[in-house]
Ligand binder design. Structure first.
Ligand code: FES
Length: 151
């Protein structure tokens, strides 16, 4: 291996886990879900191209901000396994991710705005509930905090 590290270097699972800051079981799980590519050595050892570290980082941040693994899988499904994704490919993901984060942010902002008022959860415990959710009429729109979630 040359002195300089390359995004195509093949790394053993322990090294990937250590660099990504996640347990080995998490790396194995992401591979099982098809979120990250792996290859087998002649000795049948699982090896990962170094560029999977970027995917693992994105998955970790996504999950931390409420994006489910299924949504992440949908975001990553068109990325190539055999080479590092290009800037354009990441830009496409960034655009979709941006839309999702904007929706999340809108929900959080509504929650913050309504925290002292009625969030439409059915508790009827706030003075404002009698005005905007009398007899819990918002339950007909569905479950959860109806005045906070997306219409
Ligand atoms: S805050 Fe729960 S129903 Fe109004």
């Amino acid at each position: 291996m040359s002195e300089h590290l390359s995004s195509n270097d093949l790394l053993p699972i322990g090294q990937v886990a250590a660099r990504a800051g996640v347990p080995v079981s998490t790396v194995r799980y992401y591979e099982t879900l098809g979120l990250i590519p792996a290859v087998r050595s002649n000795g049948n050892v699982r090896l990962f191209p170094r560029h999977v570290l970027r995917r693992i980082a994105l998955i970790q941040v996504s999950v931390r901000y409420g994006i489910s693994l299924a949504e992440v899988a949908e975001l990553l499904k068109d990325l190539p396994d055999s080479r590092p994704p290009t800037r354009a490919e990441w830009s496409a993901i960034s655009a979709t991710w941006g839309e999702h984060l904007a929706r999340q942010q809108a929900v959080l902002e509504r929650m913050q705005a309504e925290l002292t008022g009625c969030i439409g959860c059915g508790c009827l415990s706030q003075t404002r509930c009698a005005v905007v959710n009398s007899d819990d009429r918002l339950r007909s729109d569905g479950s959860g905090p109806r005045r906070v979630l997306e219409p």
